[in-house]
Design a protein around this ligand. Structure first.
Ligand code: HEM
Length: 498
């Protein structure tokens, strides 16, 4: 039985309770002074209003009910925030009270929700894991130290595109970006290269990472009606477990090998994240489970988001060839005809940077961030966000709000040349694709470098056109909603000599 059919059956069986429950729920709403929102149906609440693209449906509902809106999703009170002002109130003013996570059932697999940094509450263990990540992986000095690694991976991307160019062969941009990101992540974390361009191992790895993202992001009845968790009516928990186990098995193998070589005293000098984590492990500061689940976090959170952003940027640029040429000119001015872009030179590329900002504005990889949860009742204006409410910050909606952005639906990087001061590092609440406050994405500094570097590699030496006589203005721009927002139809482009 599919999701919608199940809901309809459920709601008609329970319809007899409607009058009683409706009057009860409206009393509750009044007494708790919940933010305004659409009237909920008995039992199912507002679930049917979500549709296949909840970020769009909720943006539309917010236009009617306001930027602080409440809904009932099954039995879960949900507050949707759709303006920079209320995002600031939630993520800055009430940062601590709103910093827990609303846990999807699919995340409870193998206790991931109780161990992993992205899902545990912002407690002392969480602070320790964030500190380790920051110091060992994302600080300026560790990022500078791992530059060589990224150079190598970008060189491979360049060679792959050159090969396609010579052969007159189109390539799937999302997949090429995914391979590059995947290899960069696996090299930084484990000094291992998982994927070759176009190989089966790439397809397998992509399937596993996307499988996790898909089942964690999929609407799940058990999230709306926790009573259904044991029944797992859509099989999402089972599927999620399958993909989690496959990834954790890979990590386990790598850790076993490292521990064995440490024990035998023949360990070769490897400067990667696993080695750093094993040092903490051998000092009894973190457990083996902590390492496994942290690696899974970093891997899953970093790969699809980064690759998806590059694919959206290229999609917008193929529709705006003059803007693509402007980036190429800027790159050639800074780095010349030959040579590779140094990471320290990214800040000298204002137009490329504006293109990246504009891509984040229109196509945020996590349109609701990662759902937050209120730890206590939070008073905002004359309303209350009640304890345990799920909080969705709809950054997709504020990115397209015409009251904030003139010509909001148009791709106009130039707007950020005029307003260069607006950035996505969590201080300008109209543009927070990485979130803000204590839960802000820890991988931001790495993602920032990777997205700029990949775009520079794809654009400086190549011109691009659509295959099969397709016209840019007819390009399908539909989105596929999961934990990250992807392009529904992959972008295939033919590289040429510019
Ligand atoms: C374009 C790329 C990326 C985007 C748009 C992005 C976006 C986000 C967002 C919106 C959040 C949730 C913030 C919140 O809840 O308020 C997040 C959390 C997180 N991201 Fe990223 N991210 C990206 C890349 C990365 C990378 C490269 C890594 C690691 C290598 C990473 C690791 C994480 C982790 C571990 C969390 C959970 C943090 C916590 O809950 O404390 N992300 N990211």
């Amino acid at each position: 039985m599919d999701f919608i059919t199940f809901l309809l059956v459920l709601s008609s069986i329970l319809w007899t309770c409607a009058v009683y429950l409706t009057s009860k729920s409206s009393k509750t709403r009044k007494s708790a002074r919940l933010p305004p929102g659409p009237n909920p149906w008995p039992i199912i609440g507002n679930i049917l209003e979500l549709g296949p693209k909840p970020h769009q449906s909720l943006a539309k509902l917010s236009r009617k009910h306001g930027p602080l809106m409440s809904l009932k999703l099954g039995s879960i009170t949900t507050v949707v925030v759709s303006s920079p002002e209320f995002a600031k109130t939630i993520l800055q003013t009430h940062d601590l009270a709103c910093s827990s996570r609303s846990i999807p059932h699919a995340i409870e697999v193998l206790n991931h929700d109780k161990i992993s940094m992205a899902w545990i509450p912002a407690n002392s263990k969480w602070r320790k894991l964030r500190r380790i990540c920051k110091e060992q992986m994302f600080s300026v000095s560790s990022l500078d130290a791992s530059q060589g690694l990224r150079k190598e991976k970008l060189q491979k991307l360049h060679e792959y595109v050159s090969g396609c160019c010579k052969a007159g062969q189109a390539l799937n941009i999302g997949e090429a970006a995914f391979t590059t990101t995947l290899n960069l992540m696996s090299a930084t974390l484990f000094s291992v290269e998982f994927a070759q361009f176009g190989s089966d191992s790439l397809q397998e790895m992509k399937d596993v990472v996307w499988g996790v993202m898909k089942y964690v992001g999929m609407p799940n009845l058990a999230d709306y009606f926790p009573i259904l968790k044991r029944a797992d009516p859509q099989g999402i928990f089972r599927q999620s477990k399958f993909y989690f186990e496959r990834l954790l098995e890979i990590f386990d193998r790598i850790i076993d090998e490292r521990l064995e070589s440490r024990a035998s005293g023949v360990s070769e000098e490897k400067k990667d994240m696993v080695e750093a984590l094993l040092d903490f492990y051998q000092r009894d500061e973190i457990s083996r489970d902590d390492i496994n689940h942290l690696l899974l976090n970093l891997f899953v959170a970093g790969t699809d988001t980064t690759a998806g952003t590059v694919e959206w940027a290229m999609t917008e640029l193929i529709r705006h060839p003059k803007k693509m040429s402007r980036i190429r000119d800027e790159l050639r001015d800074i780095i010349g005809e030959n040579g590779q872009l140094q990471e320290s030179e990214i800040s000298r590329l204002p137009y490329l940077h504006a293109v990246v900002k504009e891509t984040f504005r229109l196509h945020p990889a996590a349109p609701f961030l990662v759902p937050h949860k209120a730890e206590a009742d939070v008073e905002i204006d004359c309303y209350v966000v009640p304890k345990n409410a799920k909080i969705l910050v709809n950054v997709w909606a504020s990115g397209r709000d015409p009251n904030i952005w003139p010509d909001a639906d148009l791709f106009m990087p130039e707007r950020f040349l005029d307003h260069n001061e607006i950035d996505y590092r969590g201080n300008d609440f109209e543009l927070i694709p990485f979130g803000a406050g204590r839960r802000i994405c820890p991988g931001l500094p790495l993602a920032h470098r990777m997205v700029h570097l990949m775009l520079a590699t794809l654009i400086r030496d190549f011109g691009w056109k659509l295959g099969n006589g397709q016209k840019a203005e007819e390009l399908d721009m539909s989105e596929k909603f999961g934990l990250s927002l992807q392009k529904a139809i992959p972008l295939n482009l033919l590289p040429m000599k510019p």
